[in-house]
Every structure is written in C-alpha cells, then in structure tokens.
Design a protein around this ligand. Sequence first.
Ligand code: MLT
Length: 323
Amino acid sequence: MGDVLVSEAVAGREMDALKSSFDVTYEPELFNNPQRLKEILPDYRALIVRNQTQVNAELIAAGRHLLVIGRAGVGLDNVDHEAASDAGIVVTFAPEQNSISVAELALGLMLSLARMIPAADRSTKSGGWDRKRFTGTELFGKTLGIVGLGRIGFLTAMRARAFGMDVLVHDAHVNPDAFTVAETRATLVGLAELLKRSDFVSVHVPETPDTINLFNDERFALMKPTALFINTSRGKVVDEDALVRALRDRKIAGAALDVRATEPPDAGPLAEMDNVILTPHVAAFTEEGQARVVTCVCRDVAAVLRGDSARNYFNFARPRRSA
Ligand code: MLT
C-alpha cells in the first residue's frame, strides 16, 4: 500500500520533503480521470488535492484506508467534508495561507477596472495613444462594499482603507463589535443597502447553498450604474447570465472575475466585453502564497500519517479510524 496520492499540481520544498519521508504518488493530471482516481485510491492512506478534484461521497467511500484528505487551499466546496467526517477521515486545509495574495489581487482588479489598465495596454500596444478615452476614476473617497468579512474580506478592507476608501460590509455571521469591524472602521449593513451605496463591490464568501447565485438580476439591479463588481471568491456565487444582462443594460459599469461558474469556462459574451476583466482563478497563485499553502498541507498530512495531530484541520485533528 502507498502512503500519499496527489491528484493535482501541488509542488514545492515541503512536497519534496513529504516525498522523501513517505511513499508519494504524484499525478498532477489525475483529477481529469475520476474513474482511475477511484480505482487506485483504496491503495493510499492520504489524498492531496487542490480545487479540481471532486472529492465526493463516492470517492471517499472508495478510499477504504484513507486517514486524511489535504486540501491545498481554503475553499472546501470540492470536498464532501461531511462524508469524510462520517468516515472518520481528517480533512486538513490552508485556512489563511493565501489570504494576502487574494486580497492583493482584489485590489489589483479594482485598480485595473477603475483605470482601465488592460484596455489601455491593448490599445497602446496596437499603436494607439488615446489618453482621453482612458480617463478613469480614483479609489480615494469612494465606497467599497465588501460582501463577506472573513480573513480575505478583512485584508481587502484594510488595504482599501489605505487608499482612502470608505468601507461597508455585509456579513450575516459577523457581530458589530467584532475586531475586524473596528479595525477596518467599516460599517456593517444589510446586503441591499451595501449594493445601493457602493462604488465598488468585492465578494469574499465561500460557495454554500446560501451563496449560490447570490448575485442575480435582482441584486445587480440595486447597484449604481457606475458600480464596478469584483469576484475573487467562487464563480457559482454569480449568475453569469444576469451579470451579462446587467453589463449590457448598463445597470453596472464593469466587472472583474477571477473565478467562474464552470472552470475553465466556455467562450461567452463576458470575454467580448471591454469593461470586463477576466483572470483564470489565480488570486491565490503567488510564489509566497503557494509556498505557505504547500507547506501547510504537506506538514499536516505528514503529521496525521505519523499519528500526530494536524494543525489546520476542518473537522478533527486525528482520524477516527485506523488504516
Ligand atoms: C482557494 O480556495 O484556496 C483558492 O481559490 C485557490 C484554490 O482553489 O486552489
């Protein structure tokens, strides 16, 4: 029996260390072949994934000897953690290791939208010198609406304050006396009020049954016609057809999406729009962020395999069953 099966690209120094201590099978494209994954999983005690391997109840049941599933990232929408808990398997993840990277991309996308940087770049490289067309807006003095004040929402709000922005926050799970509210000097409001008052809306919620299609026709209709919308969280939080309608009907002025409802997405109207910026789910992809994530997941998987406790566990620190 092998020790660890890695079904997506999770590389770095700590992965090399894991390979030198355990029997690791590294197949970074395996997520594309769920049938083969299911066939070989019974031979392993640990599985390491990113967000493309669908770790559903069926796969978990196939992992008869699994003790631990390591998710190299924060989102657990591709891991059925309840099925893992029922089976006594530890789920470890990287709850904050890429948060700075994501917050920095959110700010980068805000600036890119406000100053039309990608469009100005394309125009200049094709021989243009159209300064008036690229008259943008400042972030200073504008209102940023943050939907979801977890770690990433908090770091985004702190950076927005440094730009002189006012911050509104909607998060049903955050108390008005939370330190994150005090520290960001944000005002907690209902979602409708946030959408009506914000010049920029940045989304930082996990994908759950409550957040799927949170941004729909009704919600986009509440926003200012000058508003710019940024999503670095999960693609399914946005009804993309509704977003296309909102942009076409000038209900909002522009959008930047790092995440899509289906990844990779089919070509569609969003890719044709000049006031839309698209990036391929890279918010967490910085050298620093990835080094932290890989270190975190590899160390925790190694700890569980050695019989120690994981530090960053989603359900429980040690497996409730033996291999
Ligand atoms: C995360 O959930 O950590 C990021 O979205 C990156 C990823 O899914 O791997």
